[in-house]
Design a protein around this ligand. Structure first.
Ligand code: NI
Length: 169
């Protein structure tokens, strides 16, 4: 297993819509292993394949990451079936959006269908924090970042700050 490099904003690769996984093969299992290692090392509660340079519809998450308990979820080709209500995700952050956090409006409840790493169908009903994590990761699969869901003024200020920082490096 190895820790992969995380693609960060404003890299345009993060904007690519992902392709469905057609075959769950050894290479994909290896990618899942490496993504898991990368997520726990960061540490983060979720990671999409696009964030480590692979434009496939694959995400992992563990709402307990960083704690002693672990509960890894692997979701391939996820589709949002239903969403309901509204919730404010406080201080949301992203491994691909360094040095920034913001409140984000999200659906309170979500129903997602996809398959697991064995190809078995999975139907996940989530509410509250797990629902937020799932929406955040599924956004990644559609080329979307959480900063697209905040005001354009805030986003531009962040963009300016990060571009200046990159120039100075
Ligand atoms: Ni993210």
């Amino acid at each position: 297993m190895s820790v992969l490099q995380i693609v960060t904003f404003p890299d345009e690769f993060l904007r690519k819509p992902t392709k469905p996984v057609e075959e769950i093969d050894g290479a994909l299992q290896q990618l899942i292993e490496d993504m898991t290692e990368t997520m726990y090392a960061a540490p983060g509660v979720g990671l999409a394949a696009i964030q480590v340079g692979c434009d496939k519809s694959l995400l992992i998450y563990d709402i307990y990451a960083g704690e002693e308990k672990r509960e890894l979820n692997v979701l391939i080709n996820p589709q949002v079936i239903e969403c309901e209500g509204q919730i404010v995700s406080e201080n949301e952050g992203c491994l691909s959006v360094p040095e920034y956090r913001s409140d984000v409006k999200r659906s309170a409840k979500i129903l997602v269908e996809g398959v697991d790493r064995e190809g078995k169908p999975r139907r996940i009903e989530a509410e509250g924090f797990p629902a937020i994590v799932l929406q955040h990761e599924i956004d990644h699969l559609n080329g979307k970042l959480f900063i697209d869901r905040i005001s354009s003024l805030k986003r531009h200020l962040y963009e300016k700050r990060i571009k200046k920082k990159i120039k100075q490096q």
